[in-house]
Design a binder for this molecule. Structure first.
Ligand code: SAM
Length: 249
């Protein structure tokens, strides 16, 4: 998977390309980041990339010329890539969007700064605007890193154990089940016995029940979108009974 990223702060992307799972994916050539800085394409002595907003008001706007040149430079390496502008005004990022991107092979992410990018660039060069939530960041870089990280997890070979992406929250419109590791007792709190008994079918059943129950408790909107089997309904009923009896969360 190859990402082109238009950013005034390319150094920030060391945070994803040098650490953890995504860092290893970059080292192994499974993931490649192509960075393009509009400032490198600014024509004037001061390498200006922003200017005042027509019509007045506070805040600066990213000039169209340098941004388009930075995009064009990326296009040479990524000719078929969709261009995504990270923006609080875009469609909200979710696992479905992430999975769609992972299937595309290449993508260009445009990170804004200041009050954003000149509207004409968005109208003529951007395929989709994407938000990471209903809040305003000071730049699109962190949002772009969120996209890179989430997409990278779905690229075959990036995660050591393919199962772990499949079991993650949202992979099936359900939240993940709780995880425990050693020691079996920590500050008096015990790991559920079923996880220690070595009965794989019982573990799978328990995990499914937890996923269903947690999703109902925390994200009923997600559960409403799931098609549940008869067994799922029984597990959910069991979860509710156990919770009422004080044996769950
Ligand atoms: N004036 C803009 C608005 O209200 O829509 C916000 C500009 S914001 C200060 C600067 C940049 O941060 C944006 O151009 C965008 O790239 C990025 N950004 C801010 N919030 C974001 C969010 N929730 N999701 C994705 N990108 C965001």
């Amino acid at each position: 998977m190859r990402f082109g990223i238009v950013t005034l702060f390319p150094e920030m992307f060391g945070l994803v390309s040098k650490f953890g799972v995504v860092g290893r994916a970059c080292d192994r050539g499974l993931l490649r980041l192509h960075l393009s800085n509009p400032r490198d394409f600014a024509r004037d002595r001061h390498r200006t990339v922003d200017d005042r907003s027509y019509g007045g008001g506070p805040g600066m706007v990213m000039k169209p010329g340098p941004v388009v040149s930075a995009l064009d430079a990326l296009r040479q390496d990524l000719p078929g890539a969709q261009v995504i502008y990270l923006s609080p005004q875009g469609r909200k990022l979710d696992q479905e969007v992430v999975a769609g991107f992972a299937g595309q092979g290449e993508l260009i992410l445009l990170a804004g700064r200041y009050e954003g990018v000149d509207q004409r660039v968005l109208d003529h060069y951007v395929d989709q605007e994407l938000s990471i939530g209903d809040f305003v960041l000071s730049g699109g870089e962190l949002a772009a890193m969120v996209v890179v990280d989430a997409v990278a997890r779905l690229i075959p070979g990036v995660l050591g154990d393919e199962q772990s992406a499949r079991a993650d929250s949202f992979s099936e419109s359900l939240l993940d089940y709780p995880h425990f590791t050693r020691p079996a007792e920590f500050q008096g709190a015990l790991v559920p016995q079923v996880l220690l008994d070595g009965d794989h079918a019982a573990v799978a059943r328990w995990r499914r029940k937890q996923s269903l129950g947690r999703t109902e408790l925390r994200r009923p909107d997600l559960l409403a979108r799931c098609s549940l089997t008869e067994t799922d309904r029984q597990l959910l009923a069991e979860y509710r009974r156990e919770r009422e009896a004080g044996r769950q969360e």
